[in-house]
Design a protein around this ligand. Structure first.
Ligand code: ADP
Ligand code: MG
Length: 247
């Protein structure tokens, strides 16, 4: 079953065409790694899925509901319902600095979903244990390492019980020795069959954790296939050149 259907997405910033007829489906339990050079439109594509960018044309359906069809957006309340099914993690963690780790986790479900405090407390405790930060529940973001902050950002997104998780270069801002702990949390999620789209420069992660790889360049999908197909047997010259540069 396709949980995300994307067809012929187009988006320009002024004269710059950033997305040119992007088409692909994501199926339930897929882990899709999106790779490609800087400026190729990866973030814009991901941000379009959660309506942080509006496309100029094309169709996005999420879990069967239309976010945008042929460039026409759904009603605002429907857009909200649809985008809430997806959790997003950015390169920069965007934690609230004046809130503790636990408060960061509980804020959105408390405000948006009006969930009772004891249910939130239980879920935040479970998620903090899952990311290995049960002992830092009362710490403030300033007192965490970059890797810990990014793990909190992942847990915060999971608090909303998303059906799909989107990651935009979640380890790119981290010191190399801290990327492993974040990738580990993402691998665990993948093993629990979370449906994920991950924009990443971590080719090791793409090879090991993804079941599909998309290579984007210059606003287009140049190549799409299994990790073995894309990494071992790239068909396109641009993919080959990119992979040779990345290793
Ligand atoms: P990637 O994530 O692959 O590095 P992006 O989607 O961030 O690529 O950007 C694609 C292109 O769109 C780049 O040339 C970038 O400079 C441009 N771009 C992105 N966001 C904006 C914006 N808000 N206004 C103008 N240009 C933008
Ligand atoms: Mg980007």
């Amino acid at each position: 079953m396709a949980v995300i259907e994307i067809s012929n997405l187009r988006k320009s910033f002024g004269k710059l065409e950033v997305l040119k007829q992007i088409t692909f489906d994501v199926h339930k339990n897929d882990v899709v790694a999106v790779i490609g050079p800087s400026g190729s439109g990866k973030s814009t594509m991901l941000r379009s899925l959660v309506h942080l960018e509006e496309v100029d044309g094309g169709t996005i359906r999420v879990l069967g509901s239309r976010l945008v069809e042929d460039g026409v957006y759904a009603k605002p309340q429907d857009i909200k319902k649809i985008t809430m099914k997806m959790g997003m993690v950015f390169q920069h963690y965007n934690l609230f600095p004046h809130l503790t780790v636990r408060e960061n986790l509980e804020l959105a479900p408390k405000m948006v979903k009006k969930e009772p405090a004891d249910a939130l407390r239980q879920r935040s405790s479970e998620l903090l244990t899952k990311i290995g930060l049960a002992d830092r529940a009362d710490a403030y973001p300033a007192n965490l390492s970059g890797g810990q902050k990014q793990r909190v950002a992942i847990a915060r997104a999971l608090m909303m019980n998303p059906e799909i998780m989107l990651f935009d270069e979640p380890t790119s801002a981290l010191d190399p020795e801290l990327t492993g702990e974040v990738l580990k949390v993402m691998k665990d999620l993948a093993e629990e069959n979370m449906t994920m789209i991950v924009v990443t420069h971590e080719m090791g992660f793409a090879k090991e954790a993804a079941n599909r790889v998309i290579f984007m360049d210059n606003g287009e999908i140049i190549e799409m296939g299994s990790p073995a197909e894309v990494f071992e047997n790239p068909r396109n010259e641009r993919t080959k050149a990119f992979l040779n540069r990345s290793y």
